[in-house]
Ligand binder design. Structure first.
Ligand code: COA
Length: 568
């Protein structure tokens, strides 16, 4: 079942959706959420979509079964999606609109504004009146919701908790005494599973960093990345780690470079505009061969662009941004599990190759919450940088076969060196001669020459000799996976490849994949077809491009329709 809650930013749409999501999760159901709201703190259309099931959920779905709207604007935004059999819960009498009578659409008017404002004298509790109505209509567990209200509003005072509990009850009572349930939707509790945890994408990145051994995190707050810092600021100090809010993104990456130079695993989190500012120091980290991780939670660009929306348009910047030739690794997360495991992988790669690693996420994944299998920490492999063990003249940048050379930490006996952005010799002394620049550039690139062979195999699914092959990276994978299932049911011969390493482009996997299908399609959330272009240049595979750039993620239906069109 998919429930959508829509209203004005500041009206508590997000709190309402979060509570429904958490109550469903506690009832043992699988949960996946999607939210979208404007960049303003108050005003504009805010939406929260919750999908619950007894089965694993792959994406936010195509549309909703139940739509709860707090105002006329939210109704206008959703009215065209109200299909026969769907349910509309809306604010009436006393609201600011009357819905049209659409055939087959079940309408439940609930006077949310009147009950909260007039009866209870608490306009802010309108959302809790709606929550009570939804709870009663669709059998959400009442005790869970009451606990969640207590937990959510505790910090605002006992009277706020009390008022919201009364609002919840008032909404439920209105339904009991005024409405007759005529729809078929219920939330039926399932067997709760102990091995599940519920996380958002940004929380999962924070948890991954903590598990990977990150003990220093510095950032400048930016939507939609800030929650990584919020999460780490609560949990990193418990393991003697430090979170710093720097004065800007340049300073934050500078601090991360300082920390990693001092031997501490370090990370920053940002979004496109922040990554822009970090580019010069990214080159420095690569030149000085210092391991670090940057989580770039992409939003719509360019410039300040669409701060609260989703795009996959930082790929060129992540892969190629910067002056001069320098290697870096770019990974892309598609799911909450990826956010956790790929953050660990990012640290492992950074440490192993002494290189900056960028992890791409995006706005929708950052705030999406989902139940995932509790990670088994005993099975997680942690890699640490090759350490200088003393003896002989220390050559920080010794030219080795793998390109990787042992690294000391400041103060280590015999391990003194200058981490420099200038071209340098083996002992880190400035050196500008042509042979040194060539030798050292080759050393730096040699480190990741065999990266694809040393990385886990790229996941692939579907028909071996497909009529169509889809290569999908980042969040778009979720819609593709769901569309793949539906295409298989309809007998369409489609194959899909899901790279997590997006730069350097996994050339062998892509060429192998392309040779097994008739045509290749690359859907992505950007105008230029950024991954399609990298694939064409690096792997020589010219894919059909399918680009959306409205700030919203793909739905499975959009992918399914494109697959059908291309195969035809
Ligand atoms: N009683 C008391 N307080 C309530 C309440 C109730 N019944 N329902 C909600 N609230 C409070 C919430 O606790 C929250 O306050 P808090 O932040 O102190 O916890 C606040 O009202 C907003 O409610 P919430 O449900 O979280 O969000 P919303 O649906 O009203 O939407 C946002 C507001 C999220 C859209 C908006 O605040 C926002 O963050 N916009 C994006 C800003 C941004 O990132 N811009 C980009 C800058 S570059």
């Amino acid at each position: 079942m998919v429930i959508r809650v829509g209203g004005e930013g500041g009206e508590g749409v997000i709190s309402t959706g979060d509570m429904l999501a958490q109550a469903s999760a506690r009832a043992g159901l699988e949960v996946l959420t999607f939210r979208t709201f404007p960049a303003e703190i108050k005003g504009g259309y805010a939406m929260y979509q919750l999908r619950v099931s007894t089965e694993k959920i792959l994406s936010q779905g195509d549309t909703f079964h139940v739509c709860v709207v707090f105002n006329g604007e939210a109704y206008e935004m959703n009215k065209d999606l109200l299909a026969p059999g769907t349910v509309l819960v809306y604010d009436s009498p006393g609201g600011d609109f009357q819905p049209e009578a659409t055939e087959g659409v079940i309408q439940y008017p609930v006077p949310m504004t009147k009950i909260s404002k007039v009866d209870l004298g608490s306009p802010i509790s309108k959302n809790m009146v709606a929550l009570g109505a939804v709870m009663q209509l669709f059998s959400f567990p009442v005790d869970s919701l009451k606990d969640l209200i207590k937990a959510k509003f505790k910090k605002k005072g006992e009277s706020v908790v009390e008022m919201n509990l009364r609002a919840l009850e008032a909404g439920a009572e209105y339904v009991r005494s005024h409405l007759k349930k005529v729809d078929r939707f219920y939330v039926q509790p399932a067997q709760p599973r102990e091995d599940r945890i519920m996380l958002s994408g940004n929380e999962a990145i924070g948890l991954g960093a903590l598990v990977a051994g990150c003990r220093f995190f510095s950032c400048y707050p930016i939507t939609p990345a800030t929650d990584i810092a919020n999460w780490l600021s609560r949990h990193l100090p418990k393991v003697n780690g430090v979170v710093v809010q720097a004065e800007d993104e340049i300073a934050s990456l500078g601090q991360v470079i300082g920390a990693t130079f001092a031997g501490v695993k370090a990370m920053t989190g940002t979004s496109g505009p922040g990554l822009d500012l970090m580019v010069e120091l990214l080159g420095f980290a690569s030149m000085a061969e210092l391991p670090l991780v940057i989580a770039d939670v992409q939003r719509g660009g360019p410039s300040t662009g669409l701060p609260t929306k989703s795009e996959q348009s930082d790929l060129f910047l992540a892969a190629k941004g910067g002056h001069g030739d320098f290697p870096r690794i770019v990974l892309a997360a598609a799911t909450i599990e990826d956010c956790f495991y790929l953050t660990i992988e990012a640290f492992n790669l950074a440490e192993r190759y002494q290189i900056p690693v960028i992890l791409l996420s995006d706005g929708a994944l950052a705030s999406r919450t989902e139940k995932i299998k509790r990670p088994d920490l005993s099975k997680i492999r942690i890699i640490n940088r090759e350490a200088y063990s003393g003896g002989g003249e220390y050559q920080r940048y010794a030219v080795t076969e793998t390109g990787v050379s042992p690294v000391s930490i400041p103060g280590q006996d015999g391990g003194r060196y200058i981490a420099t952005g200038l071209e340098h010799s083996e002992t880190a002394a400035p050196k500008y001669s042509p042979d040194y620049h060539e030798k050292m550039t080759e050393k730096r690139f040699r480190k990741i020459a065999a990266l694809e062979d040393e990385s886990p195999e790229t996941e692939c699914e579907g028909d071996k000799d497909g009529d169509l092959g889809i290569i999908s990276w980042g969040l778009t994978q979720c819609a593709v996976r769901e569309a793949m299932k539906e295409c298989a049911d309809r007998g369409l011969r489609v194959r899909a490849l899901y790279p997590k390493l997006v730069f350097p482009v996994p050339v062998k996997a892509i060429q192998r994949f392309a040779s097994t299908v008739k045509k290749v399609l690359i859907p992505e959330l950007n105008y230029q077809g950024q991954f399609a272009e990298l694939v064409a240049v690096h792997a020589g595979v010219n894919a059909i491009r399918f680009n959306l750039y409205g700030g919203l993620p793909f739905t499975p239906a959009q992918i399914r329709e494109k697959i059908t069109e291309v195969i035809k």
